[in-house]
Design a protein around this ligand. Structure first.
Ligand code: KG4
Ligand code: ZN
Length: 320
């Protein structure tokens, strides 16, 4: 079976193909980071327009890469939510076009669900497990049962963790996206220098706005080196994520935990989270942590086999 996955929810136009017989993935991605960094963040209308310009070429390039004939496609999946509405509209319209033209089924895929399932590609892991997304727009923990029902356990009440990285970086004078910049800066910093507090320790939900203000005030105070602030900030981010994951483990008794999304590219977070979580942590590869068509193709495969189609009732993930 050849499955096509289409992703246009934010600033990456990506098409991936999953050959289920050979268990191989072929994908092509165009990132718009260079365009949006001029504005310090993603501009939705510019993102939509660039998806429109890119999608056909990216689709053809991915076909070429996998040596796949368009007529060999058996199933299509596309991100339908959550994301920038105009950007999603481009991917869904394109997917509907090929689905209609080739007369093959089309499934709508939830972006967060795809981020979490992608850990199954490079890890020997099956649900039930806990699935966490840490990205520019989301900080969510789900319980994933063996039928791939998603139940929301925790989320941020204000800023997402990636958003906090981006805003802190902006105050340090670093370019967008700030996450990789802070990671680089933190390498030469002392993470024990500043003791930023973990927010809402009695709660399973997250809050990052207090930490963000605290870090920004510390930057403006000019008492500490930026390297030390970056390292101390990363340390408290890890401790905060671990605190909530440990609460979710206690609540559910499930010890396998997937952590995915753009922030999960961070090497420090990948290395140190394992030491402070009372369970087994699984990450997708760094390439799979960012937005990509492979994860959409893989989620399409899993949900098609479970007969879970667009609008499937009780999945809490649909309401976020
Ligand atoms: O999943 P993603 O590519 O897009 C969204 O769905 O949001 O995540 C982008 C976010 C940005 O906030 C970016 O700063 C953050 O992921 N990010 C990182 C790193 N690489 C990307 N944050 C911390 N460390 C990184 N190395
Ligand atoms: Zn994402």
């Amino acid at each position: 079976m050849i499955i096509c996955g289409i992703e246009t929810s934010c600033d990456e136009t990506s098409v991936g193909f999953f050959d289920t017989v050979e268990r191989k993935f072929f994908s092509c991605t165009s990132s718009q980071i260079d365009i949006h960094s001029l504005y310090g963040g993603v501009v939705p209308e510019i993102a939509s327009r660039n998806h429109t310009l890119n999608i056909r070429n990216i689709f053809n390039e991915a076909l070429k890469l996998g040596n796949i004939d368009v007529k060999d496609i058996n199933l299509i999946g596309v991100t339908y939510s959550p994301g920038l509405i105009g950007a999603l509209f481009v991917g869904v319209s394109f997917a509907k076009g090929i689905s209609y033209g080739l007369n093959v089924p089309l499934i709508g895929i939830n972006h967060l669900m795809a981020h979490i399932l992608s850990a199954e590609i490079n890890n020997d892991i099956e649900p039930p497990y806990l699935g966490m997304v840490i990205s520019g727009g989301h900080t969510h923990i789900f319980k994933v049962d063996s039928c791939y029902n998603f139940y929301l356990l925790a989320k941020t009440l204000d800023d997402a963790v990636g958003e906090t990285f981006d805003k802190v970086a902006k105050y340090m004078g670093l370019p967008y996206p700030g996450g990789p910049e802070i990671e680089r800066l933190a390498v030469s910093g002392n993470e024990m220098k500043i003791n930023f507090p973990i927010a809402m320790k009695n709660e399973i939900n997250f809050s990052f706005s207090g930490l963000k203000t605290n870090v920004i005030n510390t930057i403006q105070f000019k008492k500490y080196k930026l390297e030390d602030i970056a390292a101390s900030f990363q340390r408290v981010v890890v401790l905060t994520i671990a605190d909530k994951i440990n609460k979710a483990i206690k609540l559910t008794g499930i010890k396998d935990v997937v952590v995915s999304g753009g922030v999960a590219c961070n090497g420090y977070i990948r290395d140190s989270l394992r030491n402070v979580v009372d369970g087994n942590i699984f990450f997708p590869t760094k390439k799979l942590c960012t937005d990509n068509g492979d994860m959409i193709a893989y989620a399409t495969y899993k949900l098609y086999r479970k007969k879970k189609f667009f609008g499937f009732g009780d999945t809490a993930v649909d309401s976020v």
